[in-house]
Every structure is written in C-alpha cells, then in structure tokens.
Design a protein. Sequence first.
Length: 487
Amino acid sequence: MSVNIDYVPAREQGNGTKLDFDFTFKIFAASDLVVGKVLRSTDVETPMVLNVDYTVVINTVTEGGTVYYTSAPTTLQDSFIRRLMDITQEADIPTNNLFREVQIENAFDKGTMIDQQQQVEIDRSIKIGETVLIDPILPTPDPGKALLWNPTGDALINSTDNFNDIQTAAAASAAAAAVSEGNAAVSAAAAAVDAIDTAADAVDTAADAVQTAADRVQTGLDRVQTGLDRVQTGLDRVQTGLDAAATAADAVATAADAVATAADAVQTGLDAAAAAASEAAAANYAAALTATSTTSLLIAVASRTFTTQAGKQFAAGQFISAVSAANNANYMHGQVTSYSGTTLVVNVTDIGGSGTLADWNLSVSGSRGSAGASGSSSFIGLTDVPASFAGASLQAVRVNAGQTALEFYTPASAGVRGTFVDGDLTAGILTIIHSRALATPFTLLLVIADNAQKQIIPDEVTFLTNTITVDLTSYGTLTGTWGFYYI
C-alpha cells in the first residue's frame, strides 16, 4: 500500500464518554504511535501507555486506524495521536535472490512517513522568509554579550556592551536613586530642627507668646518624628534597592542560560532541516524514473509518442517499458528516441497483448534478453515420457530405474496442508510439527501462502527431525488466515 494521505496529527476534543478516536495516517504497528491526553486550558500533555491506557486497531483496507482508550478523555481534555517512526532503514534486499514487493514498498513507505514526520517538526520551527537574504551563521559565543542584528540587517552579531554589566548598572542606578531620596529625608529632618530653634528664641522674647511657642515646639517635635520616620523609610528603600540589585543579577544569569538554550535549539533545527532535505532528494530521484500517460495508443512495433509528466529522468537511448495499469499482459518496450517537456517518443521493438489503450505506466528498464528455444506445449508431447495420462490419476512423475525415460508413480506419502494466524507465531516464528522422523539431509518441500492466496518467501526455513520452523519476522503482524503445505 502506498502513502497517499498527508500526515496530520489527530487532536480531538473529549466529552468524558467517548473511548474511540480515529487517525487517518498510515502506520506499520501500534508502537509507531505516541498517544496522550492534553489539558486544553494549559496544553500540558499526559502520556498514555500502549496496552495499559489504550489499544490500537489498524485499518486493513485504507490508511489509518482507531485508538481505544481504557478511560475516556474528560470534557477538559483533548485526545492527541501522532506518529513517531524510528529513523532507521530495516529492509534487507538479498543479492541474487527473490525480490519481495511488500518489503520494498514498506521501505519506500517508511521513508515517506519519516519525511512527513520530519516536515511536521520543521513546520513548528522558527524560519526566515524565502525572500529575506541573510547570513544564518551565528557569531562565536561571547560570555555576557547579547545577539543583535548588524547595521545592514543581514546577519546576527554579538553586542559591544556586556549584557550583565548593563543589568548591574541599572540595578546600581536604582539603588543610588533610593539613597538620594533618603538623603532628602535627612535634609528635611534638619530643617525641622532649625524650626525648633526658631520657636525657642520666640519663647525668650515674647512672654505672652509662651503658649504659642510651646505649641510650635510640640509641632516641631512632631515634625522631627516625621523626619525620623522618613529617614527610616529612606533606609528601607535603600535596602529594597540592594535586594533589587541582587534579583537583577539572578535575572542576568537566567537570561544567559536562555540564550545558550536557544542556540542549541537553532542548531538542532538546522540539523533536522539538512536530514529532511537529503531524504526529499532521494525520494524525488526515485519518482523521476517513473511516469504515467493517458495517450490512447495501439500496441504495435512502431514509433509511439506519449504525453506524460515533465521533469523525468528519461534520456535518448534509454529503454522504457509502457505497461497497461489494468492488465500488465498488455505492454510495449523499446528505446527513447527523444524526451522534451511533456512529450516522450519511444521506438517500440517488443510488445505483449493487443488493443488500443490509454492507461500507461511508464518506467525506465533494461534491454530485453535473447529469446530461448521453443518446446512442446504438453507433457505427453515430449519424447521419453508415457504416451497418455490414462490410469495416472493423482500420480507423480520420476525418472525410471534404467534412467532412460520418465514414468508415473504413486508417492509414498501425500502432502500435508494447514492454516495459521498471527497468534500462532512466537516472536515472528511459526513452528510446524510433523511425524516424518527425518534424518539428515532433511528433504521436505514447503510452500507458504498469505491471506490473498499469494505464495510468499519466508525469511528462513529450518527442517528438523519432527518440526519445521518458519521465520516470518519481516512480514510484521499477519492479517487474516495464512496457509502452508509440505511434502
């Protein structure tokens, strides 16, 4: 199955009762998902554990599947489902051996899924507009300096002044202001004392104003107390300024840590972008070797002109196969005469099938090998074989005792058929028990068919005295009922 749907993480609001939440992107196994419940008011996620907090059912026909929670997300929570593929390449392509389509397709699908996964991360990163021309290289780290744009606005540079010094100077300035205000309060107190002296002189010179002077003395004493209170307030503000300076120093240290963390995040983003670009280039090159065409053409050995997609890796002299999407028995094969824009001209030298078709799959191929010798169209038409099938129902064929011809014979024992499902496997291994009591060399023939009635090639088969072990690890979780036959 190809990857046909863009990857978008699935976030859906809970209602306190709903347990099943769908996702539409492709995965290979339940472990490819990361599932959590997000508190909507704060976006804080609580991770869920597979087979403890939730289970997964993967669609067998379309991409996607369903997550079933054991406890429904509340009305204050969202279900959050996303894909997290291991960035590995696990397909092992054998040399001079069978070429399994499912293994190759899964490898390409996984590469595309990783690209989509990385694209989501890139979309969430800080980016610069495509039309903005700047130097993205950060300057050499300089302790205490801040990052700022240069005078031309096309690169980041370190500040000339030390950011820590600026913060410290600001705190010191605040402390000095507080001290100045305290001094002003002291001056006010001194002025109050002068007023007291003036009042005392008035008492000596004006007996009749004694009471008035006494009142003024009391007023002066009150002002002295007020002055003393203001002095204390000034001292308190000085202490507050000193505390503010210490807090500012802590803030400077915290800001320096934040700058270092931001620099690490920028480097991580650049590394991720480079990896994604490399993956995309590989995928684009592979896609450039194939194309499609809806040009209606008669299957014939002749020059054929297809209207197809532009920008493909087709060149004059290359061999091209054009195969009907509806029936691969209908095909044309030949060399590229020319390819320009959306026009591809092929000199067809080899064909199969017949008719005028308009559903062509185009792909780069090799040259056709020489044809082999023709033979008989039926078994009994050969020489040195039985003359007819009469009386040979359910018999097998072997070389006769004189080693001069073929003959029919009744086999000593019939083959054994059986079925199995994914639950019959242990760590990807199927064990078949037989009663043949074989001795080395173990001579058995084994055939495995999947649930689509197609023969598959196991990773490894081991024949033992009374058992056969079949390694199906690379096929992952089996779908439906599979079958085996041995003889």
